[in-house]
Design a protein around this ligand. Structure first.
Ligand SMILES: Cc1cc2nc3c(=O)[nH]c(=O)nc-3n(C[C@H](O)[C@H](O)[C@H](O)COP(=O)(O)OP(=O)(O)OC[C@H]3O[C@@H](n4cnc5c(N)ncnc54)[C@H](O)[C@@H]3O)c2cc1C
Length: 423
């Protein structure tokens, strides 16, 4: 199987763009030399350039983005800025990682000059099945042990909050935040340090190693630098790295038109809310501050799905809101990518002399991407602030095709069955 080195999505994402969206930066044309090149302007890449610029004010740093900032995956997600550690790492590390995520969340919002004030927002895990309830009981134990704040929610509270009687039980998670991800990522990109040059619509298509430097090729130019950082997440494989550690997953989101006043009263009378499913293959829901409902679900392996997507998302929404007229029609829907590793550990560190990577946030990469990007810049500078491999683990080996595809499809079919009505 050949992997594309950069994204090419079928549809625009449906999050509204800020009016003062940053003007598009020029594409790279011609050949230039820099001290460092960062590939990918998502949360990880933006954190790398920020920290690198702080550590090396004398550096000239180039940031290459395949699309326009925010049009790609960093702006396509559901906008849950999560500091609660829900899994994917050894429970012994929950506490330490939670403290790091709390700090990182604050830093990220400060960098974006957006408020961390989340009063009026409720973020929770919810279960619609007996299996889901068991999973929440397990989760509550690990949250308890790691001293992460939580509160249980019953079916009545869930109904009052969301306007749907679909769910049996929930766990309210404190400290997290709902944002418009396009707004978040563009706000961060507005604050680029002076020694960082952004090139948009400039996908890296090839990397060449020389004795003491790397050349990054784009369609119309080349950059040469002693240090190159791969922050292109799901597209690292297309540049020749991480094939045996990561797979690219497409997942989808849809959003309704703004609900009318009485529908809004039913679904968000107690403020904005965000619902994470009890099963990892379940469906995510949230309300938005302009009175819409957003639904996220489904997974596809390595290629983007087609017209079946809106029907499936719509079915999930209609199951929760059978009588709500405004939930009967998704106004927009779109796909986005994320990079998964078999054991949830990120591919992070120095791959070769002068070549660094941080990819594989496994579906929760806003806060985690910022943390891993920042610490990667520190590693390249020679300071080890946090031992990322010991906290998050190292990604385990994934066999080549056709085994990886068969393995993925088998596991996801089983998990989908187990998820049942959480989808
Ligand atoms: C539908 C959906 C919902 C999600 N919901 C959430 C959520 O609510 N909360 C959460 O924390 N996470 C969520 N995620 C996951 C989250 O979006 C990612 O984990 C996060 O964006 C990872 O950040 P990143 O910077 O590492 O990578 P990305 O956000 O993928 O950014 C990589 C950047 O690199 C660029 N790029 C790729 N290839 C090249 C190239 N060759 N040259 C130059 N640039 C390149 C891309 O255009 C992109 O801008 C969701 C993902 C999806 C798809």
């Amino acid at each position: 199987m050949s992997f594309s080195p950069y994204p090419s999505y079928q549809r625009h994402c449906g999050w509204s763009r800020p009016d003062d969206m940053i003007k598009a930066a020029p594409a790279l044309r011609g050949d230039q030399e820099y001290d460092a090149v960062v590939i990918g302007a998502g949360y990880t890449g933006l954190a790398i350039v920020q920290r690198l610029a702080q550590l090396h004010p004398e550096y000239r740093i180039a940031l290459l983005e395949a699309e326009q900032i925010g049009a790609g995956s960093p702006g396509r997600n559901s906008g849950f800025v999560l500091e609660t550690v829900l899994g994917g790492v050894h429970t012994a590390h929950f506490n330490e990682i939670h403290a790091l995520y709390q700090r990182t969340h604050k830093e990220l919002m400060k960098q974006a000059a957006l408020p961390t004030n989340r009063s009026g927002q409720t973020i929770f895990k919810a279960a619609a099945t007996a299996r889901g309830e068991k999973a929440l009981q397990q989760l509550s134990k690990s949250l308890q042990t790691s001293k992460q704040p939580w509160q249980s929610m019953d079916a009545k509270q869930l109904q009052e909050l969301t306007g749907s009687n679909y769910y049996r039980a929930g766990i309210r998670l404190s400290g997290n935040q709902l944002v418009n991800p396009v707004e978040l990522v563009t706000a961060i990109a507005r604050q680029l340090p002076d020694n960082v040059t952004l090139y948009e619509q400039s996908p890296a298509i090839e990397l060449e190693q020389h004795q003491r430097s790397w050349t990054v090729c784009t369609p119309e130019g080349q950059l040469k630098a002693p240090q190159v950082f791969l922050a292109n997440n799901a597209f690292i494989k297309g540049l020749g790295f991480g094939q045996s550690r990561s797979v690219t997953i497409y997942t989808y989101a849809g959003i309704t038109a703004p609900l009318n006043d009485s529908e809004r009263e039913q679904t968000s009378s107690k403020g904005q809310w965000g619902l994470l499913p009890a099963h990892r293959l379940g469906t995510t829901f949230r309300s938005t501050n302009d009175g819409r409902l957003m639904v996220r679900g489904m997974y596809d392996y390595e290629t983007e799905g087609g017209n079946e997507v809106p029907d499936i998302l719509q079915r999930s929404l209609s199951k929760r809101y059978p009588s709500l007229q405004g939930a009967r029609q998704l106004e927009q829907w779109w796909g986005g990518t994320t990079s998964l590793t078999a054991n949830g550990a990120p591919l992070w560190g120095q791959l070769k002399p002068g070549l660094f990577a941080s990819v594989g946030c496994n579906g929760v990469g806003i806060v985690k991407g910022w943390l891993l990007g920042k610490t990667l810049a520190e590693l390249a500078h020679g300071i080890a602030t946090h031992n990322i491999p010991s906290l998050f683990g190292r990604p385990s080996w994934i066999p080549p095709e056709p085994f990886r595809k068969v393995g993925f499809l088998t596991v996801s079919a089983i998990e989908k069955k187990l998820a049942g009505n959480e989808c």
